[in-house]
Design a protein around this ligand. Structure first.
Ligand SMILES: Cc1ncc(C[n+]2csc(CCOP(=O)(O)OP(=O)(O)O)c2C)c(N)n1
Length: 330
């Protein structure tokens, strides 16, 4: 049940995610951030799914889950430190586009697309064996469904009824590859049938619909009745990453058309129609959030930069001799 208060909180986090993402893209252009993947247009899936799960559940994200990180409570300065290479980066400079932080039960996403499916499923099953009452939320894009890991992970999850909710952010493209070149299946959700698990399609730009679907799926997975594959239909309004030029593979008119279906705009309209928010309050909220992002980034920029040797930390529990040698040399 999405109460007025919850709807407002989800809206706030979606707006905050968008402001953070757009600021990171700008900072990448100035050379302060190495590379960035914006989640513009897909905030509803991330935010609603994180709210629908419990705080003790584990998140297996991709590089497009800023909304889930914010909804989970990760401070902006931690996200900013990650991107700016500052000492507060929980990943100590490893990887550029991905984020993870065990304090918030977020497992760092995979560099190779889709490599997290078997890991997440095994993680969920191991937790169950230990008697932990947790669910894993596994985020991925439509492109990841072409990887063997997707099929292996879902098959294993189906057989052993893993406490997993698979959330496909179907944004219609895998960089320049459109969905029609990714699969001949009618939907992504239909693939669930092959693994004997439940699959459903939801409007990924409707924060309430996503919240309800993930809540239901998480309850099912938690009770031991098996995993669920949710296909959330959405659209990537931004470029794939700061190294991508989407005008090369999709018409500007398509993007403009999809802007009318912006999940933040739709959530705002819902808040207005339910008399939870008005224009004046909305402008004030956005102003406050913009100032918050600005302040947090400014603070983060003043933090010390990660020392280069940090790259050797947190890779192996027992460092390898050759890495030790390299560290000495550095
Ligand atoms: C195994 C593998 N192949 C290719 C890449 C390069 N790559 C990075 S992201 C990406 C597109 C993934 O598309 P999708 O899963 O739909 O997610 P989206 O970026 O649309 O959110 C590709 C091909 C990679 N990282 N790993």
């Amino acid at each position: 049940m999405v109460t007025d208060d919850l709807l407002l909180r989800m809206y706030r986090d979606m707006v905050l995610a968008r402001l953070f993402d757009s600021t990171m893209v700008t900072l990448q252009r100035t050379g302060k951030v190495a590379a960035y993947t914006s989640s513009e247009g897909q905030e509803a899936v991330s935010v609603a799914a994180a709210y629908a799960a419990r705080q003790e559940d584990w998140i297996f994200p991709t590089y497009r889950e800023t909304g889930a990180f914010i909804a989970r409570g990760v401070p902006l300065e931690v996200l900013a430190a990650r991107q700016l290479g500052k000492v507060g980066d929980p990943l100590k400079g490893h990887e550029v586009l991905l984020f993870g932080d065990r304090r918030y039960r977020i497992v760092t996403g995979p560099g190779p697309v889709g490599a997290h499916f078997p890991v997440a499923v095994g993680f969920g099953l191991a937790a169950r064996k230990r008697g932990e009452d947790i669910v894993v939320l596994v985020f991925f894009g439509d492109g990841a469904t072409s990887k063997g890991d997707f099929h292996e992970g879902l098959n294993f999850a189906g057989v052993f009824k893993a406490p997993a909710v698979f959330i496909c952010q179907n944004n219609r493209y895998a960089i320049s590859v459109p969905l029609s070149r990714q699969t001949a299946s009618e939907t992504v959700a239909v693939k669930a049938e092959a693994y004997g698990i439940e699959g459903c399609v939801v409007d990924g730009n409707d924060v309430v619909e996503v919240y309800n679907a993930v809540s239901k799926a998480a309850a099912k997975a938690r009770s031991g009745e098996g995993p669920v594959l949710i296909e959330a239909l959405t659209y990537r309004l931004a470029a794939h990453s700061t190294a991508d030029d989407p005008t090369k593979y999709r018409p500007a008119s398509e993007v403009e058309e999809m802007r009318k279906n912006d999940p933040i705009l739709r959530c705002k309209n819902l808040l207005f129609s339910r008399n939870i928010l008005n224009t004046e309050q909305d402008q004030k909220l956005r102003q406050q959030l913009a100032e918050l992002v600005y302040r947090k980034i400014e603070e983060t920029e003043k933090m010390p930069t990660l020392p280069p040797v940090a790259i050797f930390e947190d890779v192996y529990s027992t460092p390898l001799w050759n890495l030790e040698e390299e560290r000495e040399e550095l």
